[in-house]
Design a protein around this ligand. Sequence first.
Ligand code: GDP
Length: 363
Amino acid sequence: MSQKKINKDTLKNRDGVSNEEITNKAAIAKLKAKRKESTSAESLAKAIIQGDTIALSQAITLIESTNISHTEKANEILALCLPHANNSIRIGITGVPGVGKSTFIETLGSHIATKQNRLAVLAVDPSSSVTKGSILGDKTRMENLVNNQNVYIRPSAAGTSLGGVARKTRESIILCEACGFKTIFIETVGVGQSETAVHSMVDFFLLLKLAGAGDELQGIKRGIIELADAIVINKADGETIKTAEKAKVEFNRALHLYPPKQNGWIPKVMLASALENRGISNTWELIENYISEAKKSNYFIAKRTEQNKFWLHQTIEDQLKSNFYQNDTIKKELQQQLRLIEQNKTTPFAAAQHLLSLASTLL
Ligand code: GDP
């Protein structure tokens, strides 16, 4: 049997068109239309809302695509899913490579994921195209979760621009929520600005730290501590327990130096061993208490509204920038202005003014 024939037969089997029909051009057109319909924005959105994770993955792939027709389709799906989103809690988890993020997510995830509380794990890792996905790339590190029917794991979107990766993750969150996931973990690795981006898309931000290695407070970027709603000192097991307890006292002292959060919350420090499943249920209890307090005081909603406003500005900025730098005329003129700067024939301000007024006629 020829390859062509096999393919036709496969089509027939999948779509229930008879053998005679398959030889007919009209039938093939009918098949194509059927296929298109089954992956149309409407049908994908419908499947997502019914909890279909294959449709969810297909839609996230569209979100991640740079193809314009894919983006348009993704936008249609998002619009259809949006009314079904929002009903979840979003938790950001960050920490340097090796701190135990995957192990922690695996242990905590196994502890909380149930049929009623389905868990989605996403990642923001703008460096992933370089490091080939340093986080979530290796799913074998989360073996139990991968095999858990109530868990959906999506490795990081590829891309080097944080703005792009962050947008894709935010949109993926909406689809996961529409698909019925009640808890969303967003993992990010402690590099660059990714924590700030993740912080602005989650309800609770968790920083994983290691005890020991001498001066704990030296090694922390002040900015990240400021973002944390809780610090979990991981690997508090074996011989590390004592140093971990000491670190807890130091972190607590340090946290009091920061102004309290908008809702009056003072970040908590916890000890845990992701490997030995200790301190994990306490951490989850803390998160649940925080969320229920935040909901009672309406801070939960207010924060999400603020985040949406932030993302509106962010999207405009990203879009304007990308339109500007991708315009061919501007690209050429920019090179010319850079040369003039090298020759000391213009100033950065004058060059920028020139380019921006050119942009206003083009964009
Ligand atoms: P990630 O890079 O932050 O995702 O870290 P991993 O979860 O891959 O963990 C890095 C290493 O630390 C692995 O060898 C883990 O087995 C180990 N590890 C993770 N959590 C713990 C823990 O609680 N205690 C101990 N002793 N080792 C841990």
